[in-house]
Every structure is written in structure tokens, then in C-alpha cells.
Design a protein around this ligand. Sequence first.
Ligand code: DQA
Length: 160
Amino acid sequence: MKIVVIQGPNLNMLGVREQQVYGSMKLEQIHSQMRDFAAQSGLEIEFFQSNLEGEIVDKIQECYGDAQGIIINAAAYTHTSIAIRDAISAVNLPTIEVHISNIHRREEFRKQNMIAPVCTSSIVGFGPFGYHLSMVGMIQIMNEIKAVQEMQKQQAPQAE
Ligand code: DQA
């Protein structure tokens, strides 16, 4: 099972940008912890970061037929991007959005969220640990999907 982790604009500056909001961990450190957890859990994982909206749309589209789940922090595009929202909707994969900070208790403009309504779930305000939680959540979602598929297989009428 393959998961793609997509990181939006300015997340490459983690560890430098607004440490009081985002903490001191660098993106590479977060990814390294996720890579270790994926290996322990038998998951394939790929990481992608871009500051450009169109590149993020392209990456989401590439997940179609290639990955079984998406973890995304669309960063500032969360609040503005209909294109990213439509891409998530189009590929129709289990998708978890992560925000390091609690976007609900910050500026008014961060309360608008284009992405959340098309995601399976959202994890906000746990700091970098939210990425770990998103992987635990993704494994749970995958197990539930598998269980439903198994049930449907058993219930399907047997071919003569
Ligand atoms: C963020 C929250 C966004 O509002 C902001 O633009 C970011 C990071 C977060 O992880 O808390 O760049 O997505």
C-alpha cells in the first residue's frame, strides 16, 4: 500500500518560519520520522513539497492509479484553492489533511477551508505530531476499506 505525502507552500521553511506557531522541527526531520513509521508498518511512502499550486494539482492527479491514500498539508492554499480541492475530489482517494497549527483559533482568513469538505478527515493543532497521527489514521481507514471489501466478496453471489 502506497501513501503520498503532499506539502504545500512555505512548509520547506519549517524550523525557520514562525517557530512559535510551527515549532522547530524541519520538514526533513518530520519526513524522516514518517519514513521510519511507514517502514515499521509495511507502507510505501513518497514525499512531495511544492510552493506552486499547479504542481500540487499535478501531484494529486498522479496519485490516481498509483497510490492508495494521500496525506496533504496544502498550507496557505487550504484557504484559497478550488483547483486543489477539485483535484482531491477528482482522484477520490482516502485523503487526510494535516495542519500543524490549529487553524480554527488563528486569523479569520484561516477559518475558510476549501480542502476539508473533500477530505476523509482533518488533523489540526497537534504540531508536527499531527503527521504521525495522520499515518495512524490512514492505516485505520485502509483496514476499514479492506474489511468492507472482504465482506462484499463474501456476500457476492458465487458464480455457477
Ligand atoms: C498551515 C496553516 C496555514 O494557514 C498556513 O498558511 C500554513 C501552515 C499549518 O500547517 O498549520 O502555511 O497549513
